[in-house]
Design a protein around this ligand. Structure first.
Ligand SMILES: Nc1ncnc2c1ncn2[C@@H]1O[C@H](COP(=O)(O)OP(=O)(O)O)[C@@H](O)[C@H]1O
Ligand SMILES: [Mg+2]
Length: 227
């Protein structure tokens, strides 16, 4: 297995007054290229902290993070942002779309930071929206869409840079069952096309649709089950 992600002895520690919280407590894990992994665990167990570090949105207090074989735990903000742009698409529970922009403009945003010219940005955004079944709605604003449609826009935005890795923190957490399963079908199709997918969920029927389930408790991985 070629590990695209490897965490070695990762700690994330928060100090609040005189209490110390180990949000991640000696985490070791390897994730191979093309895996489809879900992370489960009770509220407060460290799932979001883990996803934010994996997704280069945050850095650990100590330990090593190898992404594509490169150690990035010590990267500064610019280096992390650059790495994230090049390799990772991140999907949030609350979609994080800009309400005043059309779906197409929302999806095109990451391409501005990547230095792509406007015509190509709009063309690639349109293609990404077509890939998630929203080709007819590229001019709609998030406020004119259902939750499931908004999350598909957010997935299109995560895909528009053609990242090798997709990460999602409770992407179906705000959706009804039917929309959740539609979103899972998109993640499955992305994984079938070769992308590595890592997602947090607290819903067993969602986790069961992935190939590997990691369970966290008190900042530690307490179970690692292949399916
Ligand atoms: N910015 C922060 N400051 C202080 N404590 C935090 C912060 N973020 C998370 N924590 C704490 O770290 C632990 C793990 O949180 P989190 O990763 O959000 O868990 P989960 O996503 O599994 O609910 C919790 O005890 C939480 O209160
Ligand atoms: Mg969380």
């Amino acid at each position: 297995m070629t590990a695209v992600i490897e965490l070695r002895d990762i700690m994330k520690t928060y100090i609040m007054g005189d209490s110390v919280v180990h949000a991640l407590d000696h985490v070791f894990v390897q994730i191979g290229r093309g895996e489809f992994t879900s992370i489960m665990g009770p509220s407060g167990s460290g799932k979001s902290t883990m996803m934010n570090i994996l997704g280069c949105l945050d850095r650990p207090t100590s330990g090593e993070y190898y992404l594509d074989g490169k150690e990035i735990a010590g990267y500064d903000d610019d280096e992390l942002a650059h790495t994230r742009n090049a390799k990772i698409g991140f999907v949030f529970q609350n979609f994080n779309l800009l309400p005043k922009l059309t779906a197409q403009a929302n999806v095109a945003l990451p391409l501005i930071y990547a230095g792509v010219d406007e015509e190509e940005r709009m063309e690639r955004a349109k293609k990404a929206l077509e890939a998630v079944g929203l080709g007819e709605r590229i001019e709609h604003k998030p406020t004119e869409m259902s939750g499931g449609q908004r999350q598909r826009v957010a997935i299109a935005r995560a895909l528009v840079n053609n990242p090798a890795i997709i990460m999602a923190d409770e992407p179906t957490g705000n959706l009804d069952t039917k929309s959740s399963y539609e979103i899972m079908d998109i993640f499955k199709a992305m994984n079938a096309s070769g992308k590595t997918v890592v997602m947090v969920t607290h819903e067993p029927d969602i986790a069961e649709q992935t190939k590997r389930i990691l369970v966290m408790r008190d900042g530690k991985i307490v179970s690692d089950e292949w399916r």
